[in-house]
Design a protein around this ligand. Structure first.
Ligand SMILES: *[C@@H]1O[C@H](CO)[C@@H](O)[C@H](O)[C@H]1NC(C)=O
Ligand SMILES: *[C@@H]1O[C@H](CO)[C@@H](O)[C@H](O)[C@H]1NC(C)=O
Ligand SMILES: *[C@@H]1O[C@H](CO)[C@@H](O)[C@H](O)[C@H]1NC(C)=O
Length: 508
């Protein structure tokens, strides 16, 4: 079979027939090729590139491992978005391994074949969603069959997806893109096979991982896997493992190598009681020092981190970039921490600030006021839920809030605030044209007793009063929600305008 001839005959047949739907032809061609694996493999050399995706899809679905293996070697595009196919075809253990084996054979060749195009094996499930549909039996694909120059989705997408443009030097490594989630029970069989291949083809196969999540997994196993990941490819890291501080210390050197990290979430780090202060200090230093190497960090989330108290200045002094998001939640902070935060955080880019679950009850409101004031030109989202902020403190920050011209969302549920101060807040923020959502706590007046039983009728009245004020002041569209934890189950209950009750909440 001659590729050109095959294409010409396809072309003339399409031009002649307006009916039936073209995809059927591709399917038929694919099926007949797959039935004769040997001739299919022989035909790959001359198969037009347009026919690769539909044939590959059919081979993947039908689990034709041999042909998959050979197709990977002859793949005529820079990127093979295998993840999108694996999402649809379960299980795929055998076919996945076949594809990797194909890559392995390709990499084993001393001199790369002339037609070698493959640069990226993309295993991410949500990347290149449209590649297979565009190339497989849709009208767009038919169009490309007639006008091969016109539709080249990979070329257009390359920059967006981080595949580097331009020709690569002859022995540039093939990149395998994957989003990793390390948790109990991983690595699974597929990942283990991939890890093995990457280890075997050291330097020729680069495991790149934009998003990395680490839940429960022993640190030794994590370190083993990180050893073969290109750490500078990681942009988004979530660590939520209930680690001891010393374990974080062991992890720290890896963090420092993630020089392109943009988002870091760290949750649940606790100090064990029998650690010496010196050891503790050493681990904290080891961790904070890594921030000096994160030159692209934009978002930092620290949740339930037990060592922050009186050490926030140390973290802040190591930050090299202005953050867009800073969220410190469920942590103990001292007043001096808050003062450092208000003075030393570079707020030039700060859009989201979250301090929910940080107890501010006995603190001076001045630092918070300074921080909000300094960030008022950029701040879009402010979260002060469950901070124990009282009327007197809240009153101090109101003027600063009123200057946050970019603010869209403000949430401060779970704070003991009276109706008078809520009304005051409404007046201070009514002119903020971008503010669309305010989540406020049930005002003090709506509680029946100190145990937190809500008088729902009174709450509805107070809510109606705020609604009426919004109306009168010309902002009827601004949404004010009251959200409170249900005293029985702790789930958050919303009120707008009538309470949306938790099923378990049955007032006497
Ligand atoms: C961390 O994991 C726990 C469950 O293990 C979850 O409840 C919590 O929301 C997670 N924290 C973050 C910040 O994702
Ligand atoms: C904050 O960061 C910006 C951008 O890096 C920089 O230009 C500015 O000088 C910094 N501001 C302070 C107070 O360090
Ligand atoms: C907040 O701290 C004060 C003392 O500083 C304490 O009395 C109060 O119980 C704390 N609130 C919470 C919710 O832990």
């Amino acid at each position: 079979v001659d590729g050109r001839h095959l294409k010409d005959s396809f072309r003339s047949r399409f031009i002649r027939m307006s009916m039936p739907a073209p995809p059927r032809l591709l399917d038929l061609a694919g099926q007949s090729l797959l039935r004769h694996q040997a001739s299919a493999i022989a035909a790959l050399e001359v198969l037009p590139m347009e026919l690769f995706p539909p044939l590959f899809t059919a081979a993947f679905a039908g689990r034709y491992s041999e042909i998959l293996k050979v197709m990977v070697q002859a793949w005529p595009f820079a990127c093979l978005p295998l993840g999108a196919l694996m999402k649809e075809q379960q299980p795929h253990q055998e076919t996945f391994q076949a594809a990797l084996d194909g890559l392995d054979v390709l990499l084993a060749q001393e001199v790369r074949p002339r037609r070698w195009k493959l640069q990226v094996l993309d295993l991410r499930k949500n990347a290149h969603q449209d590649f297979w549909t565009v190339w497989s039996g849709t009208r767009a694909s038919m169009y490309s069959l007639l006008e091969p120059e016109v539709a080249q989705p990979m070329k257009k997408k390359r920059k967006v997806d981080g595949c580097k443009p331009g020709p690569k030097p002859p022995l540039a490594p093939v990149e395998v893109l994957i989003d990793l989630c390390l948790k109990e029970g991983t690595p699974d069989e597929s990942l283990a096979y991939l890890i093995q291949k990457v280890q075997q083809r050291k330097g020729l196969l680069h495991l790149c991982c934009k998003k990395l999540k680490i839940f429960a997994m022993p640190i030794q196993n994590i370190k083993k896997i990180l050893k073969i990941v290109q750490l500078d490819s990681i942009q988004d890291l979530e660590v939520n493992c209930t680690w001891k501080l010393s374990t974080l210390g062991k992890f720290a050197p890896h963090l420092g190598q993630m020089g392109n990290l943009r988002r870091l979430l760290l949750s649940h780090i606790h100090m064990s009681s029998h650690t010496t202060p010196a050891k503790e200090e050493h681990c904290v230093n080891q961790f904070t020092a890594q921030f000096l190497r994160l030159h692209h960090l934009e978002e930092l989330y620290l949740d339930s981190i037990s060592f922050l108290e009186d050490r926030l200045d140390q973290v802040l002094s190591c930050l090299k970039t202005p953050l867009e998001t800073l969220s410190i939640t469920n942590c103990l902070l001292s007043e001096s921490d808050l003062t450092h935060l208000s003075q030393h955080l570079n707020v030039s880019q700060l859009k989201d600030l979250g301090l929910s679950g940080v107890n501010l009850t006995n603190m001076s409101p001045a630092p918070l006021q300074v921080l909000i004031e300094r960030a008022s030109a950029t701040l879009q989202d402010l979260d002060l839920d469950e901070c124990g902020i009282m009327d007197s403190q809240f009153t101090v920050i109101l003027p600063a809030l009123g200057r946050c011209s970019q603010l869209t969302t403000f949430s401060f549920c779970g704070n003991p605030i009276s109706m008078a101060v809520l009304e005051n807040l409404l007046r201070h923020t009514i002119g903020l044209s971008k503010l669309s959502h305010v989540l406020y706590p049930a005002p003090l007046e709506s509680y029946e007793d100190v145990r937190g039983t809500l008088h729902l009728g009174r709450l509805a009245q107070l809510h109606a009063r705020l609604k009426q004020m919004l109306q009168e002041l010309g902002r009827p569209g601004m949404v004010w929600f009251s959200a409170n934890p249900c005293p029985h189950c702790g789930d958050r209950t919303f009120y707008d305008p009538e309470p949306i009750l938790c099923p378990c909440y049955m007032p006497a």
